[in-house]
Design a protein around this ligand. Structure first.
Ligand SMILES: *C1O[C@H](CO)[C@@H](O)[C@H](O)[C@H]1NC(C)=O
Ligand SMILES: *[C@@H]1O[C@H](CO)[C@@H](O)[C@H](O)[C@H]1NC(C)=O
Ligand SMILES: *[C@@H]1O[C@H](CO)[C@@H](O)[C@H](O)[C@H]1NC(C)=O
Ligand SMILES: *[C@@H]1O[C@H](CO)[C@@H](O)[C@H](O)[C@H]1NC(C)=O
Ligand SMILES: *[C@@H]1O[C@H](CO)[C@@H](O)[C@H](O)[C@H]1NC(C)=O
Ligand SMILES: *[C@@H]1O[C@H](CO)[C@@H](O)[C@H](O)[C@H]1NC(C)=O
Ligand SMILES: *[C@@H]1O[C@H](CO)[C@@H](O)[C@H](O)[C@H]1NC(C)=O
Length: 410
């Protein structure tokens, strides 16, 4: 089922507002042709040679072909369709290392706005973004990245259709003991690496446990999204929300600030929700506010962080936006019915989440494109620490002074 078919079905339904009307240019969904195709673009000997190799932040390739102002990062078909549908992206670029399923990058006519689909799960996300950030075809030093995907949301923190913007991306990187073998008095089978029980701080650190992003830029994206009209979803969405007798689960969609969890396991259930919420508090020393769960963001951020260590991308120019397609658990439905609800694109929140991906990000994308000089000159530079657990970006990678992290042991 593609996005266009979903919209047509919704438009035909008496239960919903005319969702297709939200996308007047829907004929653009499947583009008949591309105006230019650059294949492993002009990989000449000269532009494969780093300009300098002396320092960590000096590895820039000569003569990169494209310098986009905004890069939209989606994970799979449903997430990218509203963007491909709504923006004119006639240029198709192939570089080595992209997903075999999504092997092209799309750009607008002057290559200011580009879109990549990285593939689902941590391995795909990290691999594709490593390929992009090391590509000799792109100069990404000034590019703003918008990770735009759907996610599960805790009913304690939001509702389906919500648009969330993260300060932290947390990786679920823990031991797991089968629930049937739980030690006495344990409320969860998950506990931190190297620790002896849930609630203990991890002993072994991989470095990808937490990524902190630029709060000032996040807040700009959030404030613009809060002015956007959001799609409330179907009548079934409303009925499902009403099965929760508390807010925020039973309210209409909003744009909110809160943090996101990454894990390859697509999990459901209130105990896991509480367990991972506890883990978020633990690993961020109480600073993080878990709300959504997805399968890529820490991996994407790790790839971009490694590129940022060599000056290839600016880690302060990344926004993680996740819109809620489903609840992590339901009070009325047992686990497998929650899954069934999620998998049904008409009754579930997938459509509301993908429609709102586009709606909520449009003002932000437009703002960057129209006011790029302000953005580029540091209007939204961070005041908070940004980076990973190891402080890999150090203080000298850019001219900015960052705060010290409120979490970690570095
Ligand atoms: C993943 O993202 C979370 C939340 O932003 C962050 O706390 C965690 O450190 C990240 N992990 C990695 C490996 O980047
Ligand atoms: C990184 O770039 C900054 C600003 O241009 C410069 O001051 C610093 O020396 C560079 N660091 C390295 C390791 O080359
Ligand atoms: C990359 O883009 C930046 C910002 O526009 C520019 O200053 C720099 O010279 C470019 N680097 C190369 C190698 O073209
Ligand atoms: C969604 O519902 C809210 C609250 O009833 C309303 O203010 C808003 O206009 C609705 N949005 C749309 C797109 O219909
Ligand atoms: C979460 O932490 C609270 C407070 O420490 C604890 O009471 C609760 O059992 C934990 N929940 C899970 C599922 O581990
Ligand atoms: C969900 O679980 C119930 C009760 O065990 C079972 O009757 C039902 O067939 C299951 N549904 C699915 C889709 O597996
Ligand atoms: C975070 O908590 C850990 C474990 O209690 C502690 O070792 C570390 O110093 C704390 N970090 C900060 C920045 O307070």
């Amino acid at each position: 089922m593609n996005f266009k078919a979903i919209l047509s079905a919704l438009a035909a339904s008496t239960h919903v507002a005319n969702a297709a009307a939200l996308f007047p240019s829907s004929s653009l969904l499947f583009k008949p042709s591309y105006s230019s195709i650059a294949s492993p673009v002009s990989a000449t000997a000269s532009n494969l040679t780093p300009v300098a190799t002396a320092g960590l932040n000096s590895t820039i390739y000569e003569n990169p072909t494209y310098s986009p102002k905004v890069f939209i990062i989606n994970m799979f078909t449903l997430e990218r369709e509203p963007f491909i549908l709504s923006y004119d992206l006639p240029n198709e670029i192939t570089i080595p290392g992209l997903s075999p399923v999504y092997n092209t990058i799309l750009c607008d006519s002057n290559y200011d706005l580009c879109q990549i689909t990285v593939g689902e799960g941590e391995i795909n996300a990290a691999s594709s973004l490593t390929a992009l950030s090391l590509s000799t075809s792109f100069n990404l030093t000034s590019t703003f990245f918008l990770i735009a995907g759907i996610a599960g949301i805790s009913p304690l923190k939001g509702t389906i259709g919500d648009v969330t913007f993260a300060r932290f991306a947390i990786q679920i990187l823990e031991y797991e003991v089968d629930a049937r073998d739980l030690p006495i008095n344990w409320n969860t089978g998950y506990f931190a690496l190297g620790s002896n029980s849930p609630g203990e701080y991890p002993v072994n650190i991989y470095g990808t446990e937490v990524f902190e992003l630029n709060v000032n830029l996040r807040n700009r994206a959030l404030e613009l999204a809060q002015e956007a009209l959001l799609y409330n979803g179907t009548l079934k969405n409303e009925e499902f929300r009403e099965t929760y007798n508390y807010a925020p689960a039973n309210r209409t969609p909003e744009a909110i600030p809160c943090d996101t969890l990454t894990g390859d396991t697509y999990w459901f259930g209130d105990r896991l929700d509480e367990s991972f919420s506890n883990y978020t508090n633990l690993i961020t020393n109480g600073t993080g506010n878990y709300c959504t769960t997805q399968q890529e963001d820490n991996a994407s951020l790790e790839a971009l962080l490694r590129a940022a260590m060599y000056g290839l991308v600016d880690f302060s120019r990344i926004v993680v936006m996740r819109t809620a397609s489903d609840f992590t658990y339901s009070n009325d439905y047992s686990g497998n019915l929650t899954v069934e609800f999620f998998d049904d694109v008409y009754q579930g929140g997938v459509t509301a989440s993908v429609v709102n991906l586009y709606y909520a990000s449009k003002p932000f994308i437009t703002d960057i494109l129209e006011n790029f000089e302000s953005y580029d000159s540091g209007l939204y530079n961070p005041d908070n620490y940004i980076g990973d657990f190891f402080n890999s970006l150090g203080d000298d990678v850019t001219i900015r002074e960052w705060g010290t992290p409120e979490w970690g042991t570095a």
